[in-house]
Design a protein around this ligand. Structure first.
Ligand code: FBP
Ligand code: MG
Ligand code: MG
Length: 353
């Protein structure tokens, strides 16, 4: 969206229209994001009413694709987003809450990966949760196969997430910078509040679930140990720690004030690749980060270069301020041993697609 000037306070619809006027190729992706925004307004209202809405949103039901217990809000958000996407140019959807791919509109040009409700452990305790989506082209003639989802994240045309927090935010990129829109509850309209995010290169805040410390992989253990040593250790600065337990909320904080987020692989059964899913968590967040001048890696590889082999595949995820991500990469050694000087990290712009 950098090619058009988007003004603070403009409606989301107006910004999308201006963007499409500048680049007609984005029309379909814009229609999909508009559909996601409509669904998000409804989900936001349901969450905002809490227990007064007449249903316990944290009530548990079956299990999802990953074996996680599904809560009522997981299912409600999945159904509302799927319904919205059915009215958009979307051929196929991969959702965290559905085992297989969902065929929507045969012949439509786009494939969408969604996490309808992110941060499920925070449902029912009045904490921020969210929705995440990544939009890709359907690989020609392959709408019925997984092919549209196995291409690397660089193929994403657009990505975004919603944070249902004290305010409801829509964070989006169509490949020209990352913007944040805030929901005006009176008019049920998103308005532009952050026209162009630029994540600070260096920061002193990290986010990690420290209860897994004994199980982390070696490089992350060493990095966090050095963070804890603060100005008395090799990193030579004192850190603060924040962990919200909702990827979207942690990602929004990183976008707005920098820092680094880590969900590494660990020794727990089933956690060799961490907890977060490549298609509908890591890849969209990585695109939003890179479009804001930040970075996202799995330790050794750029997240956006990784192709999935299954729709629910997990990936270790480290993202945030570019210098901090480069610093973590050094702990992983390998081809990014000299990350601070490597072409991948040497210039902020090279992390962008
Ligand atoms: O169980 P942990 O280690 O706290 O995991 C927290 C992470 O899991 C997630 O809740 C996973 O997402 P879902 O709630 O969509 O499954 C992330 O939002 C969050 O960062
Ligand atoms: Mg999630
Ligand atoms: Mg989820």
């Amino acid at each position: 969206m950098s090619t058009v000037s988007l003004e603070f306070g403009s409606t989301f619809a107006d910004c999308l229209a201006r963007t499409v006027a500048a680049d007609a190729r984005l029309a379909d992706a814009a229609a999909v994001i508009a559909a996601c925004a409509e669904a998000a307004v409804d989900v936001s209202e349901v969450i905002g009413r809490g227990m007064l809405g007449g249903a316990d949103l944290a009530a548990t039901g079956g299990n999802n694709s990953d074996g996680d217990v599904q809560k009522a809000l997981d299912v409600l958000a999945h159904e509302r987003f799927t319904e919205a996407l059915r009215g958009a140019p979307v051929a196929v959807v991969a959702s965290e809450e559905a085992e297989g791919m969902m065929q929507l509109n045969p012949g439509a040009p786009l494939a969408v990966a969604i996490d309808p409700l992110d941060g499920s452990s925070n449902i029912g305790v009045n904490m921020a949760v969210g929705s995440i989506f990544g939009i890709r082209p359907v690989v020609a003639g392959e709408a019925d196969s997984i092919a549209s989802f196995t291409t690397p994240g660089t193929e994403q045309i657009a990505a975004g997430f919603v944070t249902y927090g004290p305010a409801t935010s829509l964070v989006v990129t169509l490949g020209h910078g990352t913007q944040i829109y805030t929901l005006d509850r009176e008019t049920r309209t998103f308005r532009l509040t952050h026209p162009r995010l630029e994540v600070v290169a260096s920061a002193k805040e990290y986010a990690i679930n420290a209860s897994n410390a004994r199980n982390w992989d070696g490089p992350v253990k060493a990095y966090i140990e050095d963070c804890l040593r603060g100005s008395e250790g090799p990193l030579d600065k004192d850190f603060n720690m924040r962990w919200l337990g909702s990827l979207v909320a942690d990602a929004q904080r990183v976008l707005l004030r920098g820092g680094v987020f880590l969900y590494p692989g660990d020794n727990r059964k089933g956690y060799a690749q961490g907890r977060l899913r490549l298609l509908y968590e890591a890849a969209p967040i990585a695109m939003l980060m890179e479009q804001a001048g930040a970075g996202a890696i799995d330790g050794e590889r750029r997240i956006l270069d990784i192709g999935a082999t299954g729709i629910h595949e997990r990936v270790p995820l480290i993202f945030g301020s570019i210098d901090e991500v480069a610093c973590v990469a050094k702990y992983y050694g390998g081809r990014n041993a000299a990350a601070g000087r490597s072409p991948l990290f040497g210039q902020r712009g090279l992390m962008r697609s």
